[in-house]
Design a protein around this ligand. Sequence first.
Ligand SMILES: [Zn+2]
Length: 429
Amino acid sequence: MPDSVVLRGGRVLDATGERAADVLIEGPAIAAVGDGLRGDRELDASGCVVTPGLVDLHVHLREPGHEEAETIDTGARAAALGGFTAVVAMPNTEPPHDDPAVVASVLAAGARSLCDVHAAGCITKRRDGAELAPMGELHALGVRIFTDDGACVESAVLMRRALEYASSLPGAVIAEHAEDPALCAGGHMHEGEWSSRLGIAGRPAVAEAAVVARDCLLAELTGTRLHILHVSTAAAVDLIRDAKRRGLPVTAEAAPHHFTLTDAACAGFDPVFKVHPPLRSDADVAAIKAGLTDGTIDAIATDHAPHAVETKERPFEEAPPGMLGLETALALTLTELVEPGVVSLAEAVALLSWRPAHLAGLTDHGGPIEAGRCAHLCVIDPAIAWSPDPARLASRSNNMPYAGRTLTGRARHTIVAGEPVVIDGEPQR
Ligand SMILES: [Zn+2]
């Protein structure tokens, strides 16, 4: 029989509230929550908050096809170190997740990794926007989120068909990378004062809002669940708020870089700040924070996008878009949202854990922390100060834009299905 583990002396925080309690784990499950519990092994949680494991709806693990940038193993390791017990791998691999065999191999590799790896499926074959992918077959493998992420579904007709098809698949949600390709063509950063000053072609905010507006109307027409990936503009937040007010089945996520950085960061032409959708204006950052505060935005998702050093060292216009996120998301949320009072600690954990778990249909994740539940847990030290170092990341890439920032709070222990995969910030295998 496997050893039992006690998380000793922490404050347990889940959707039902917060209380001081130990947590006893036996095998893959929580055996008891209460005072003075004993086990074969003890992990110190004093001064810490014990939460359901974090869930990331949006990661790029690059396998298959770009293992020089990341693998499922290294990406899951970065996730576990960041406090995540589950991630949803985006389908823009090579080959992409438009084929049940590819999805099955991703899930098989994920099963050997340090966290629970789920796969999103493509909306269209090859993600080229021409013909629907075999969504039913992918759904049969457990896929619930369908997206051509990295690419926007340009055709309104195809988007309508995808939504109609998905309405027959239980739990399915269509997730959109909302950037109108024609409006963004040739653009490399947010279109605004900074792009004119730097002489870099822009990607206008209206490119996002136009697609969000169209897709909300199509969600209304079809009644199918729509999820807007990495919302970055004030206009899109307003549209989503309005859609929710009208009772439409629309959800949204925001990435940490869209509430912690602005387009001014591009002033030095450093490609580490190049991302799609791009870093926006101060007003957009304020709107994302307001959307997180009032529930318009349902989840914080990293859009973890590793790129090999050689490619990110190209000139700004030639470098691929994307930045790492898994090892900094929790700390950025605590430092930039919880400390200044934008959201409470409980709201932050909701955005990082049970709301995304619910959205993706991951019933094992997101709590509540009670006897009989699967032990996917994160022990957060909310007070520790640290500075992320691109040279010391578990990720195979180092395109991380927060070098030198002092952050407060970090995952101390991560437990996946009862196994302490990270203890005191160190991976256990
Ligand atoms: Zn995207």
